[in-house]
Design a protein around this ligand. Structure first.
Ligand SMILES: *[C@@H]1O[C@H](CO)[C@@H](O)[C@H](O)[C@H]1NC(C)=O
Ligand SMILES: *[C@@H]1O[C@H](CO)[C@@H](O)[C@H](O)[C@H]1NC(C)=O
Length: 496
């Protein structure tokens, strides 16, 4: 088992197998939809605590269901939109730190907004399967609460945006599907919706695009082990975002699990697991805090195609903005969007597709060169980015790859392309020279690089770069060539 598998295994065992029992509550076996009975609680209070976030109170101002005066007391403003944060499964029975960060970020950027934290800790602080079973019931309570706001103070449900993390994503989905009447909740955002016991279920048994007018989801920890993953892998929204492919996240070092276990015992696992799982939350907070650094994601079939830089198109809604400021568009089929991110906030990177046409002059020999690339932009320079081609260079072909930059270099104006020399290649060349005598005294065969075509994802700008001296397009090991912007001096190959 590698360390990632070990981690998943430990995590899943702590999720699935009963550990220390919390409370004395006995619950039924896993609920299905048919077992869920809609019971309107008109007079009694709800299990969920609705805490209106304010700058002044530490725990929020609690609004009690069916008690109008608490809406006044907490200064709920019915003419403003409502964002409700719904937490997930709880290991320690406490509200996690990100909840307050998210609430503060929402409030700081959008003063004209009500922010409520739906605190369902008593039902969430259970064995995982019990907490899963409780998600329907809590969803129903949130639906009841929204209906009450509508009936009592004419707050329109289309003005409500539920943001649910992990199990909370499915709670939000149930709230959306249980609310009565034909109108739907405005928006639901699922932040790494929980995978175990939801993956592969029918749309009515998990978060799905039908649950609100608009549903978006961010998947950040879908690495599978034994067929299970912490976050759900399948698309569950109108737009499903898969940062860095969605499996795992940069900066979440798997080795930390050992340090954490050493330091905190077995509960240390949750710290490590949280990193990639909770990244979905911090990506969302990032979208609130950094208006000038909104991350764009691109529609693509899979991460491998994306990693070749093939999907950086924004035509016909192929791209969208990750997080709060997403373009709300309901398409008939859900779209899976991909992007790369940095390891920390602000997470935005700038995506580029590079297309280079190589002609390998050494017929029949595949070359596996290592290249580095240096870019000069109108704002900044980036030096010596390593490039790994997925396949070796053979014959006469265009290669496409993805390059991401942490900084905005402005408009790209010059490219330096270097073939990092290797002894191996020199050997090949020597062999070639002895068996093909005509190369002696003329020039060494190498690679011909005529043009580099670049597409910038963030600006959608397409550019062509040509070798500075048009007569000298031959590239040899340890050599660097400079490419400058040019008109297309060569007929275009297939434009993909
Ligand atoms: C509610 O919000 C609206 C819109 O910003 C504002 O005009 C109104 O004064 C607010 N009401 C209260 C009671 O604060
Ligand atoms: C490379 O291929 C193109 C078309 O596929 C052809 O026109 C060109 O002559 C080829 N170049 C070499 C050096 O083989």
């Amino acid at each position: 088992m590698n360390s990632l598998q070990l981690l998943s295994f430990l995590l899943l065992s702590c999720i699935i197998t009963p550990g220390n029992t919390h409370g004395g509550k006995k619950k039924e076996a896993l609920g299905s939809q048919s077992q869920h009975t809609r019971t309107k609680k008109d007079h009694q209070n709800l299990e969920t605590k609705f805490r209106l976030y304010t700058d002044t109170t530490e725990e929020g101002c609690q609004i009690f269901f069916n008690q109008l005066e608490t809406l006044d007391k907490c200064s709920f403003n019915a003419s403003l939109p409502l964002v409700m944060i719904v937490h997930g499964w709880s290991v320690d029975g406490m509200l996690e730190g990100w909840i307050w960060k998210m609430a503060a970020a929402l409030k700081s950027q959008h003063k004209q907004i009500n922010v409520i934290i739906a605190d369902w800790l008593t039902s969430a602080h259970q064995h995982y399967p019990i907490a899963v079973q409780n998600t329907r019931h809590i969803g129903q309570e949130i639906a009841d609460f929204l209906e009450w706001l509508e009936e009592s103070i004419q707050f329109s449900r289309s003005n409500a945006h539920l943001i649910g993390y992990s199990l909370g994503a499915h709670v939000s989905g149930f709230a959306g599907s249980y609310i009565s009447g034909t109108n739907k909740i405005g928006r639901i955002t699922g932040l790494d919706p929980a995978g175990p016991l939801f993956e592969g279920m029918s749309p009515t048994d998990r978060l799905s695009p039908d649950d609100a007018n608009f549903v978006d989801a961010i998947h950040t920890f879908t690495k599978q082990h034994m067929g299970l993953s912490v976050g759900i892998k399948q698309p569950v929204a109108h737009f499903d975002f898969y940062p860095n492919g969605g499996t795992f996240q940069p900066g979440c070092h798997i080795m930390h699990v050992y340090n954490h276990i050493a330091q905190y015992g077995i509960t240390g696992i949750t710290q490590t697991v949280k990193c990639a799982h909770e990244r979905s939350v911090h990506l969302f907070i990032d979208s609130l805090l950094h208006n000038d650094k909104q991350s764009t994601a691109y529609w693509c079939n899979d991460i491998n195609t994306f990693n070749k830089g093939m999907c950086l198109s924004c035509r016909k809604n192929r791209c969208n903005t990750l997080g709060y400021n997403i373009r709300e568009e309901r398409l008939p089929k859900s779209r899976q969007l991909f992007l790369k991110t940095r390891a920390h906030m602000p997470f935005k990177v700038y995506h580029y597709q590079f297309k280079i046409h190589f002609i390998n002059e050494i017929q029949g020999k595949q070359i596996d060169p290592t290249f580095t690339i240096s870019l000069t932009g109108t704002k900044e320079d980036v030096k010596n980015l390593p490039i790994t081609l997925v396949e070796g260079i053979n014959g006469n072909k265009t290669y496409s790859f993805l390059i991401t930059l942490d900084t905005d270099i402005g408009e790209l104006i010059m490219i330096k392309f270097k073939w990092e020399g290797t002894a191996v290649w020199e050997n090949i060349w020597d062999t070639v020279q002895t068996i093909i005598p005509w190369t002696k005294g003329t020039r060494r065969p190498g690679l011909i690089v005529k043009t580099i075509r670049v597409k910038a994802g963030e600006t959608q700008q397409k550019m062509t770069f040509c070798s500075q001296s048009i007569d000298n397009v031959h590239l040899h090991p340890a050599q660097e060539k400079t490419f400058v912007r040019c008109e297309d001096r060569f007929p275009r190959q297939n434009r993909k």
